[in-house]
Ligand binder design. Structure first.
Ligand SMILES: [Zn+2]
Length: 212
């Protein structure tokens, strides 16, 4: 029988971006294999966190109800700082939240997580194709997602999926241009990577290199 997997005490370890990415991918592999450890869920652990938090990764993901970072990375309380907006679109407040995670909590890794069948990207495609304006603030959201969607040939048979992946890379580049985040990345204190979650397999695939 294989020895039980013991998760490190992430609250006391100093974790760099490479280690953080390895924790996430290992957690996702457990999730995909349907053998999650469901770590850091118990009341004792929760109580240990009351004085401080040291999440090891930030996830900027979509609001989609089928994409729950803590579950798909097999993490628990205190592990992840999660920010979710439709199509992981960013604005001033979102960036402020990410800067807080990077600068104040000194989280070494930021993962931009797109996903299969993203409704926000799909809606953007249909708004653009029909030359319609989305109602109220949804129009603001569509404007955010438009550049990535416009990059993909309208005849591409995998247009939606290609646009979803392009949208992840757009968000990564946008974040890399934020001065405070760029500064931390250049200093080796933060790494920003793009990833894609498959609803079907449950697997997370990296879209940029760990240095990207
Ligand atoms: Zn989505």
């Amino acid at each position: 029988m294989a020895p039980p997997v013991v998760l490190p005490d992430l609250q006391t370890l100093t974790v760099d971006a490479a280690a953080a990415l390895a924790f996430l991918l290992a957690g996702n592999a457990r999730f995909v294999a349907n053998h999650p450890l469901d770590p850091h869920h118990d009341s004792l652990y929760r109580q240990q966190l009351t004085q401080a938090q040291h999440p090891f990764a930030m996830i900027l993901g979509c609001i989609d109800s089928r994409v729950i970072p803590e579950l798909l990375f097999d993490c628990g309380f205190g592990d992840l700082l999660v920010i979710r907006t439709a199509g992981h679109a960013i604005d001033e407040v979102t960036v402020g939240s990410i800067e807080f995670g990077a600068d104040v909590l000194e989280i070494p890794l930021l993962v931009v997580l797109g996903h299969e069948h993203c409704g926000a990207v799909k809606a953007t495609i249909s708004m653009l194709d029909q030359q319609q304006t989305a109602p109220d603030r949804i129009a603001v959201l569509v404007d955010h997602l438009r550049p990535a969607v416009a990059e993909i040939d309208i005849h591409d048979p995998n247009r939606l999926d290609a646009a979803i992946r392009a949208n992840v890379l757009h968000t990564v580049v946008e974040l890399q241009q934020i001065p405070l985040l760029a500064q931390r990345e250049h200093a080796g204190l933060l790494r920003i990577v793009g990833a894609y979650y498959s609803l079907v397999s449950g697997a997370v695939e990296l879209l940029t290199t760990p240095h990207g």
